[in-house]
Design a protein around this ligand. Structure first.
Ligand SMILES: Cc1cc2nc3c(=O)[nH]c(=O)nc-3n(C[C@H](O)[C@H](O)[C@H](O)COP(=O)(O)OP(=O)(O)OC[C@H]3O[C@@H](n4cnc5c(N)ncnc54)[C@H](O)[C@@H]3O)c2cc1C
Length: 539
């Protein structure tokens, strides 16, 4: 009997390790085909890379530059499907590529026309060249010195952690079982074939033996650790690369249009994106030696983002303007060269070990559905399950609502906004604000505990609501109130409340520019080719 899992069964078709985009997508795909699916996540859903993305549902203009047309085509198709299946969380966003050199207008203009063409009927809007005046109309705070014009194009934007939570709910609605705070500790083998997972419930300490026909490793940058549980000599296939974002007040870039810089000094794409009343600037690409659930931004990375933001914006941001800084690790699959992570493929990889452990890794958020489909196709053959086609192309994600904007600050809940409102109406205190500067209400904490598997203060303040990422200082001020509400709902005592408040504060300090990490000696010298002029971007 599995009390936490709440099911009488202890024999699954597929057990999935990892509750990020890849694992959750795989759980939805498998469950919606009618297979018996269990997913375990060692922390909260999307605690890893999947809550730390640039929040773009995109084909990847950068991959077009690299000539990877098939990857762009696939991603553009998935972009369209995701907007159709989760319209409450995915929306169109205009991007302007500012042109300071004479060749940039025609060059990026043609490239983005190709992007439009590849999107075909899944297109989000037509790109076009802009005059200098029009460019400044779209981005009034764009650096005007030397500006010749721009090119506007369209891509998708989303709330990554909210989508992950809604995906967990979708998997459950389709008959799957998903559990957070349950860590895979070792693999169960029978006759040298993987037949399950030994997992520990990190809240109770209880250990479970979870039997499965096939075990799927969907652990992102932790992939190699699970592969080594299977075979201690398994070679590493992941080269983790850190990407950092800084979050600034909207006054640095008011309006609803993003800036895309296709080529920074060291050859990467840089974005400044309006997101939740803030501007998110990112990202870096730093090869790192180790992996962690809580990677932290290095001083050099922050400096790089600040200096590049200053080149393109009239108001130069300083470290004191940073409301939050967050780091994520890309699970890049090494393809021979480990020298330059920016050149490593973002395509996904399926790997089957000799003992039958199926590993899915690489890819990106936008392509999770396709990755999941490929994984379940493969797993079903291995497990000798009855063949059934994937149905996720046309499967709505939990919360699906065509016009969620009408719910105001509750719009991210989609159709669940009605349920949230019912919780708010239960008690006058549920409508109390959690912080004077933010619209979030006490009843949302209660909703998150009851309906979204929020177990800790961090789960609420970082991933059910994104305050840790948009205003780390305010999130620290909110923590005691959130801890109190959660303790009552979860039946915890005041010691738990205190511990939660303190540990959240310690974590959130790492998101303030003052708390950034020193350079890790295992990290590559960085930035690789940053010019030292630090000046404005002029021809
Ligand atoms: C800086 C940055 C920006 C990005 N921006 C974008 C973007 O804008 N658009 C886009 O499409 N993609 C983007 N990506 C890529 C995208 O975020 C990732 O490809 C995707 O989130 C990876 O998801 P995942 O599920 O494979 O890994 P993860 O999200 O890391 O999930 C793996 C999970 O496995 C769990 N786990 C590990 N070990 C165990 C264990 N022993 N037991 C149980 N659970 C375990 C971890 O806790 C973790 O939650 C970005 C990536 C980065 C780093």
């Amino acid at each position: 009997m599995l009390d936490k899992i709440g099911r009488e069964t202890n024999e699954w078709d597929l057990v999935i390790i990892g509750g990020g985009a890849t694992g959750l997508g795989t759980a939805i795909d498998g469950a919606s085909r009618g297979y018996r699916i269990l997913l375990i996540e060692q922390s909260d859903f999307a605690k890893g890379t999947s809550s730390r993305s640039t929040k773009l549902v995109h084909g990847g203009v950068r991959y077009l530059q690299q000539g990877n047309v098939s990857l762009v085509l696939e991603a553009l198709k998935e972009r369209g499907l995701l907007r159709r299946n989760a319209p409450h969380l995915v929306h169109n966003l205009p991007f302007v590529v500012p042109n300071y050199d004479w060749w940039e207008g025609p060059f990026y203009g043609i490239g983005l026309k190709v992007y439009d063409m590849l999107a075909g009927r899944h297109g989000f809007g037509h790109s076009k060249g802009l005059s200098r005046e029009k460019t400044l109309e779209f981005i009034p705070t764009l650096e005007p010195a030397g500006l010749r014009g721009g090119v506007i194009y369209y891509d998708g934007q989303f709330d990554d952690a909210r989508l992950a939570v809604n995906m967990a709910q979708t998997a459950v609605e389709q008959g799957g079982t998903v559990i957070n705070y349950m860590r895979a500790e070792s693999l169960i083998k029978q006759d040298d074939v993987v037949r399950g997972v030994t997992a520990k419930d990190l809240e109770t300490g209880k250990v479970y033996e979870l039997r499965a026909k096939v075990v799927i490793n969907a652990t992102g940058v932790f992939t190699d650790a699970i592969r080594k549980m299977d075979d201690p000599d398994a070679p590493g296939i992941i080269t983790p690369s850190q990407g950092v974002h800084i979050v600034l007040d909207r006054s640095f870039m008011p309006g609803g249009t993003a800036i895309m810089v296709p080529h920074t000094d060291d050859g990467r794409v840089l974005f400044a994106i309006p997101w939740k009343e803030r501007v998110v600037v990112g990202t870096t690409d730093t090869e790192v030696a180790g992996v962690s659930l809580e990677p932290c931004p290095m001083a050099e990375e922050i400096e790089f983002l600040l200096s590049h933001a200053a080149r393109y914006l009239t108001k130069d941001p300083t470290a004191g303007d940073i409301l939050s800084a967050f780091a994520g690790l890309r699970p890049l699959v090494a393809m021979g060269s480990r020298e330059n992570t920016a050149a490593i493929s973002r395509d996904h990889t399926l790997n089957l070990s000799r003992s039958g452990l199926l590993t899915i890794t690489g890819g990106k958020w936008t392509t999770y559905r396709r990755m999941a489909e490929d994984t379940v196709d493969q797993a079903a053959v291995l497990a000798q399950l009855q063949e059934r086609p994937s149905v996720t192309k046309d499967l709505n994600i939990h919360g699906f609502h065509q016009n969620a904007d009408r719910f105001g600050h509750l719009s991210v809940y989609g159709s669940d906004a009605i349920g949230v409102r019912e919780v708010l109406a239960e008690d006058a205190r549920h409508a109390d604000r959690l912080h004077p500067d933010h619209p979030y209400l006490a009843g949302e904490v209660i909703w998150a505990v009851r309906n979204e598997m929020a177990r800790t203060v961090e789960d609420f303040l970082s991933r059910r609501r994104r305050v840790l990422l948009t205003d780390a200082r305010a999130s620290i001020e909110m923590a005691p109130g959130v801890a109190g509400l959660m303790a009552r709902e979860l039946g915890r005592d005041s010691a738990w409340e205190d511990e939660q408040t303190l540990s959240f504060e310690a974590l959130a300090r790492g998101y303030l520019a003052e708390g950034i990490c020193p350079v890790d000696p295992g990290q590559k010298p960085w930035p690789k080719t940053l010019n030292d002029d630090g000046g404005k971007r002029t021809p």
